[in-house]
Design a protein around this ligand. Structure first.
Ligand SMILES: [Mn+2]
Length: 336
């Protein structure tokens, strides 16, 4: 059939037999299949949403982050109209002329069941969910939520100690306590520092800091690279300064990005990273070290413009995953 005949037949037949005329496919990250029971999780990559912004001082809204990233329509790895395919068909990349993530198995494990005003209980659930995901041998990708969620995730990764943490953020997030409260989005890196199995911590892209947490982070041995220094060094120069360890966790606060590219966040700061800076630094780190889990936090859709912040978050997740999990050859896809 010629292309023209094909086009005509599509008009005359009105429906494509491959696609149902209605579809009740649930929203999921990159249209991955759902997993409703962590004890039977069977996938290489496990997405977990944490619709929590009870740790936010100023502008809330990050609780809508997970579903906004799920709904980002143009970056997806599964095209199966019935949503039942186990392995990703992949996401076509114009630079490599190949699909990214082809043949990788992914699952959307849904959201942690957040309850209002019960921060400790919510965090316990998140730690348990993280532990179950790694027990099942899957790679957790946790989508927040505000930055307070990073501590309960990292707490669930003790089997990977010694664990290095690389933290992308405009802010230090190293405040010990605020009016006696330990679990805000101003403290997650400080809480991670208190975990015995966490080894070295690096904070990248910092440009809004106060003296006390800065000096405390220096006392505690953290490496801080400001946005200005990041731009002087370039992404590879930054990676060369970061100590390499046995295992790596990356926490990515979207406010590290320049607000022109990521306005949809509670605490934007002028003068941030651009997409290529962040992508090249992330992929160089993931190529060098053994990344064991990853979070993307502080995407706050109520402040977004044209969904560009959600798009950026979705794209960076794909960049990290496709570096960590190279595509399988097309012919192996069925057997893998
Ligand atoms: Mn942060």
């Amino acid at each position: 059939m010629t292309d023209r005949e094909d086009t005509e037949s599509l008009y005359t037949e009105l429906t494509d037999p491959e696609w149902p005329i209605t579809r009740a496919q649930p929203r999921s990250f990159f249209r991955a299949p759902l997993c409703d029971d962590l004890d039977s999780l069977d996938a290489e990559v496990a997405f977990l949403g944490v619709p929590f912004d009870q740790g936010t001082f100023g502008r809330p809204g990050a609780r809508f982050g997970p579903d906004a990233v799920r709904d980002w329509p143009r970056v997806y790895s599964y095209e199966d109209p019935k949503g039942q395919q186990r392995q990703a068909e992949g996401y076509f990349d114009i630079d490599s002329r190949d699909e990214l993530l082809r043949g990788i198995t992914m699952a959307d494990c849904g959201n942690v069941t957040i309850v209002p005003s019960e921060v400790i209980r919510n965090f316990r659930k998140l730690t348990q969910a993280t532990e179950k995901i790694v027990e099942r041998g899957a790679f957790p990708v946790v989508v927040g939520g505000d930055h307070a969620i990073t501590f309960p995730v990292v707490r669930g990764l003790s089997k990977f100690g010694p664990l290095n943490v690389v933290h992308f953020d405009a802010h230090m997030d190293y405040t010990h306590e605020t009016q006696g409260v330990l679990y805000t989005h101003g403290s997650p890196i400080r809480r991670c520092r208190e975990l015995d199995f966490v080894d070295h911590i690096t904070s990248l892209g910092i440009r809004s800091a106060r003296r006390k947490p800065y000096e405390e982070s220096q006392r505690d041995g953290s490496l801080i690279i400001s946005t200005r220094r990041f731009k002087e060094l370039g992404p590879q120069g930054v990676v060369d300064l970061i100590p390499s360890g046995e295992n790596l966790y990356i926490t990515f606060d979207i406010d590290v990005m320049d607000p022109s590219q990521a306005p949809g966040t509670g605490t934007p700061e002028v003068g941030g990273l651009y997409y290529e800076d962040a992508r090249d630094c992330l992929t160089a780190l993931v190529e060098r070290d053994n990344l064991v889990a990853f979070d993307m936090v502080e995407v706050a859709p109520p402040y977004d413009s044209s969904e560009i912040t959600t798009q950026l978050a979705a794209k960076l997740i794909i960049d990290v995953l496709s570096t960590k999990f190279p595509s399988r050859p097309a012919e192996q896809q069925q057997e893998a």
